[in-house]
Design a protein around this ligand. Structure first.
Ligand SMILES: [Mn+2]
Length: 425
């Protein structure tokens, strides 16, 4: 399944009314010395990796509902990301999960990716499940385990993921650990943390010199009493212990309710340690809902700090962006289009913040003006900016509409059948 770019161009012809709204924005923001053109350029450049596990029918532990035409192979997963990228020109990367997505033929896979304009972003290891025929079990932990054999087995797995990533052209490894305890007394916290640090150092030492290690954190689940890397502070400490090329990864869903995530972002960027970023949204826990579907204002405030950090913290690397969501009632491709839209909307709003005026208002402790400046950007309809960016990059001005007009899901079902099942969750 490939989207015909001529069809996109044809459908875009009916979508030119955004130009009028764009001119109004241009007039408004030229008075504030904010360049609409440079914002459009930044929107065009912004690329978000799609994880290989987001393309199947998402699963909860309670059920899974298929929708037909699921990608059954890694090549088909790349084809699906190719569809997203053709429609948006913002999904030019894939993040693979090993062992769910071990390529049979690396060279052939690279060619498929190249044909779609997709690069291989961070590799993800998996030490939260036992694989068939595994020699050691992760039931009671992996990198933190009290059993040396389990720790070594988990380290070895991560090193293998790095090797595979090298062949694909990836430059980073994301480690998320389920390690923790479900009951008090089960683990010695200090031993678990020391073991984790030592294991991560081993993995770090095994990375090529131009690779980065992203250490993800999460407060609870699957363990419900303690998680060894429970918060950004623990991740930051471990990243510092590993070395310069180890960073913290922020996943929006991996916080307790009402955590001030934008402040975490600011602190990490100030220290040059925000390496990776996973988008999703949540109401109660790690709900993995569509980005921007629940708390769009929070997402804007987070982007406000990301934009500030990208402009002011030159020591912080350009973060690796990825959507980390899973959903069991939507067509995943439609859901991902909605997420990509929400990410770029929040980014565009943050780019509209009048930073000069905000700094002046902050210097005068004009609290009301500070709030007004942020909310003026947030309340601006930035959809014409996204439409302009997409029109200029050859994407669909309205990707979701084009996806439906072209009946992509029907075509995928016709091509792959109703009963394909994607590997993953
Ligand atoms: Mn994540």
């Amino acid at each position: 399944m490939r989207i015909d770019l001529n069809q996109i161009a044809d459908l875009n012809k009916n979508q030119s009314t955004f130009e009028v709204e764009l001119e109004l924005l241009r007039k408004k923001y030229s008075k504030k010395n904010i360049s609409i053109n440079s914002i459009i350029e930044k929107l065009i450049e912004f690329q978000v990796a799609i994880p290989s596990w987001a393309l199947g029918a998402g699963g909860t532990r309670f059920g899974r509902f298929s929708y037909g035409g699921e990608p059954a192979s890694l090549e088909q997963k790349l084809d699906d990301i190719g569809v997203l990228h053709a429609l948006t020109k913002s999904a030019g990367a894939v993040s693979l999960h090993i062992p769910w997505d071990i390529p049979k033929d690396v060279q052939a896979l690279k060619e498929v990716a190249q044909n779609h304009g997709i690069v291989f972003d961070a590799m993800n290891s998996n030490t939260f499940q036992d694989q068939p025929n595994a020699n050691e079990s992760y039931k009671f932990g992996s990198l933190n385990s009290v059993h040396e054999a389990s720790r070594n087995y988990a380290i070895e797995h991560n090193l293998e993921v790095i090797k595979l990533g090298e062949q694909l052209g990836s430059k980073s490894l994301t480690v998320w650990l389920a390690d923790g305890a479900s009951f008090p007394g089960q683990l010695n916290f200090q031993t678990a943390l020391k073991n984790t640090e030592s294991s991560l150092k081993n993995i770090y030492e095994g990375m090529p010199n131009d690779w980065k290690l992203f250490i993800e954190y999460k407060p609870y689940e699957p363990n419900f009493y303690s998680t060894t890397i429970q918060d950004w502070g623990t991740s930051f400490m471990l990243a510092n212990a590993c070395g310069e090329r180890a960073y913290t990864l922020v996943d929006l869903g991996h916080h307790l309710p009402n955590t001030n995530i934008e402040q975490i972002v600011a602190t990490l960027m100030l220290r040059g340690k925000l390496g990776g970023f996973h988008f999703n949204d949540s109401k109660y826990g790690d709900d993995d809902l569509t980005v921007g579907s629940i708390k769009p204002y929070s997402l804007f405030l987070i982007f406000n700090e990301l934009v500030y950090g990208m402009e002011n913290n030159s020591k912080n690397p350009y973060p690796a962006w990825m959507i980390d969501a899973s959903h069991n009632i939507k067509d995943p491709l439609e859901d991902l289009l909605q997420s990509l839209d929400a990410i770029l909307l929040a980014y565009a709003q943050a780019l509209l913040v009048d930073q000069k005026a905000l700094r002046e208002a902050q210097a005068e402790s004009d609290v009301v003006a500070c709030q007004e400046i942020l909310q003026d950007a947030y309340r601006t309809d930035v959809r014409p900016l996204l439409m302009a960016a997409r029109s200029r990059s050859g994407a669909a001005v309205n990707p979701l509409q084009v996806y439906r007009d072209l009946k992509v899901r029907d075509a995928l079902i016709k091509e792959r059948g109703m009963n394909n099942r994607a590997t993953g969750l």
